[in-house]
Design a protein around this ligand. Structure first.
Ligand SMILES: *Cc1c(COP(=O)(O)O)cnc(C)c1O
Length: 473
C-alpha cells in the first residue's frame, strides 16, 4: 500500500482538527461574500506522487477556500437556499464516517435503512402527513419529482392497459398543470412523457395558482383519458398555492394521479397562520419535499412521499429485478426497488440529527421567523418610493422591482448588489417584469436583517453607473 494512505490514517486526528477549525471559521465568517467571488479558475494537473491530505488541505486553502460564497449563511437570499443547522452538520459528518449504503431493513439487517425509515416517520410527524405515505431520500426535489412521476407514469399505463416499465410509453400522457417548477418540466423530459404533453391550465388573475374552473374544463376535454395533475404548493416567484381541496374534489370525480410539489411550501404546515395554504395535501398520490431548503440540512437531500397503495406500481417502475440475491421485491421492502438510485449514501442521518435535536418547536421557530422576516421586508419595500412589490408577500419570498426602471437597470442592480457581496439575491421575471427575489429559509434568519437588506439595496443603487430611466409621462 502506498505509504501516504497509512500516514494519513495515522494523522487523521490532526487532519480532522484542521477541518474542524476551518468549519467553525467558515460558519462564523460574517465578512465572507454572499455573492460570487471567483475571478479566475485555478488549473491543476494530476500529481504522479501525492503528498497526502495535509498538503491537499494546504493547496485547498491557497487556491479554493476564499472563493466559496457564504451560501449557508442568512445573507444568501438567492433561489431558495437553506443553511445547515449544527446538528445537521454533525449528522452529515457521521454519514461520511459511517459510509453506509441504505437498502433493506430485513434480510441483511441494515441499520441505515432503519434510520431512513425512522427519519421518514419523523418528517411525516412534522408535516402531519398520514402514515399511508411511504417515503425515501433522494438528492433533491428534482429527483423526488422524477420518482413520483415515474410511478404516476406507470399508473397511467396500467389504466390504459399496458406496462410502461416493460413496454415503454405507448400513448401520450396528458399532464395538467398551471405553473410547474422548471424541474418538473425537466422530469417530464427525462421520463419520456415529454414536456409538450403539458396541458397548460390557466392561472387566476395576478397569480401563479391554477384556475380551478379552467382545470375542470381541461379535464372534460380529455374525454375520460387517464391523466396526471402536477399541483404547485408554493411557486418560486409568488409562492402561490394551488387549491388542493378543490383538486381533491376533482380527483374523486374523475380519477387521476395528483402530484404535489411542496418542495419548500410544505413547510407552511408548520405555521398555524399559513397551514391552510397546504390544506388537502394528504389527498395527493405523491408529494415532493426538499430538505436542503427549509429543513436546513446540507446538500443534497429531498424526500418523496408516495401512497403505500401504489407500492406495487412503484416496484414495477424501479425494481432492480435481475439480481436474485436481492430477494422478492414485493415481500421485502428495499430502497433499491423503489427509487431511481441503487447504491446511495445515508442521506437521512443529517435530517434525523436535526429533527431530533430541535424538534417540532425548533422547526416551527425557523419557519415562522422566516415568514415574519419576508413580510417585514415586503412592507419596508412597499413603503419605499424606490421600490415596488411584484407580488403580495404570501409566505417567505419577496419579489420586487425598482419603480419606473428599465430591465437593464434592474439587471445592473442585481449585479452590483451581488458584487458588493453582503447579500445575494437572484433576479427574476414575473408577469413580464424584471425584478429581484429574496427568499427566506435559513435557520439563522432574523427580522433585524430587514433594515440592513434595504440599506444594501440603496447603497448598490447609488453605485449604479447610469441614471434612472425617466419616469413615464
Ligand atoms: C427548488 C425547487 C425544486 C427543485 O429542487 P432541487 O432541490 O433543486 O432539485 C422543485 N420545485 C420547487 C417548488 C422548488 O422550489
Amino acid at each position: 500500500m502506498d505509504k501516504q494512505f497509512l500516514q494519513d490514517e495515522l494523522l487523521l486526528g490532526q487532519l480532522l482538527d484542521l477541518v474542524k477549525k476551518f468549519t467553525i471559521g467558515f460558519r462564523a465568517d460574517d465578512e465572507r461574500p454572499a455573492g460570487s467571488a471567483l475571478r479566475k479558475v485555478p488549473s491543476f494537473s494530476l500529481p504522479d506522487l501525492g503528498d497526502g491530505a495535509q498538503d491537499a488541505m494546504k493547496v485547498f486553502g491557497e487556491q479554493w477556500q476564499d472563493y466559496f460564497v457564504a451560501s449557508p449563511s442568512n445573507r444568501y437570499l438567492g433561489y431558495v437556499t437553506g443553511g445547515t443547522t449544527p446538528a445537521a452538520l454533525v449528522g452529515d459528518w457521521l454519514t461520511t464516517a459511517l459510509d453506509q449504503n441504505p437498502q433493506a431493513v430485513k434480510g441483511f439487517g441494515d441499520v441505515s435503512a432503519a434510520v431512513e425509515l425512522a427519519t421518514i416517520g419523523l418528517l411525516r410527524d412534522l408535516f402531519g402527513l398520514p402514515t399511508f405515505f411511504n417515503g425515501g431520500f433522494v438528492t433533491g426535489a428534482t429527483m423526488s419529482t422524477f420518482t413520483c412521476l415515474g410511478v404516476a407514469r406507470q399508473w397511467v399505463g396500467a389504466k390504459q392497459g399496458y406496462d410502461v416499465a416493460k413496454d415503454g410509453l405507448q400513448q401520450p400522457i396528458p399532464i395538467l398543470t398551471a405553473t410547474p417548477h422548471s424541474s418538473a418540466v425537466k422530469c417530464l423530459s427525462m421520463l419520456g412523457i415529454g414536456s409538450r404533453n403539458i396541458v397548460k391550465v390557466a392561472t387566476l388573475p395576478g397569480s401563479e395558482a391554477m384556475d380551478i374552473n379552467d382545470l375542470e374544463t381541461k379535464i372534460t376535454e380529455l374525454n375520460g383519458d387517464p391523466f396526471i395533475i402536477i399541483a404547485s404548493s408554493g411557486t418560486v416567484n409568488t409562492v402561490d398555492f394551488d387549491d388542493l381541496l378543490a383538486i381533491a374534489r376533482l380527483r374523486d370525480e374523475h380519477g387521476c394521479w395528483v402530484h404535489v410539489d411542496a418542495a419548500f411550501g410544505g413547510f407552511a404546515a408548520l405555521s398555524p397562520e399559513h397551514a391552510h395554504l397546504i390544506a388537502g395535501w394528504e389527498m395527493a398520490d405523491s408529494v415532493t419535499v426538499d430538505n436542503h431548503k427549509w429543513l436546513n440540512v446540507p446538500y443534497d437531500s429531498a424526500c418523496w412521499f408516495i401512497r403505500e397503495e401504489h407500492l406495487p406500481l412503484q416496484i414495477a417502475t424501479f425494481q432492480n429485478s435481475s439480481a436474485p440475491y436481492l430477494g422478492d421485491p414485493a415481500a421485502d421492502f428495499n430502497y433499491l426497488n423503489v427509487g431511481p438510485e441503487n447504491s446511495r449514501r445515508l442521506r437521512a442521518l443529517p435530517a434525523w440529527f436535526s429533527l431530533h435535536a430541535y424538534g417540532r418547536s425548533g422547526y416551527e421557530d425557523i419557519v415562522t421567523r422566516c415568514i415574519k422576516t419576508a413580510f417585514l421586508l415586503g412592507s419596508a419595500l412597499s413603503e419605499d418610493p424606490a421600490f415596488e412589490l411584484l407580488a403580495e408577500v404570501k409566505l417567505n419570498v419577496v419579489a420586487f422591482t425598482l419603480t419606473d426602471a428599465a430591465p437593464e437597470r434592474i439587471n445592473a442592480l442585481v449585479q452590483r448588489l451581488n458584487d458588493r457581496g453582503r447579500y445575494f439575491l437572484s433576479p427574476t421575471t414575473l408577469f413580464g417584469r424584471r425584478g429581484l427575489r429574496a427568499a427566506f429559509v435559513n435557520w439563522q434568519c432574523e427580522t433585524s436583517q430587514v433594515e440592513e437588506i434595504v440599506s444594501e439595496l440603496h447603497l448598490a443603487l447609488k453605485e449604479l453607473p447610469f441614471a434612472p430611466a425617466a419616469a413615464p409621462t
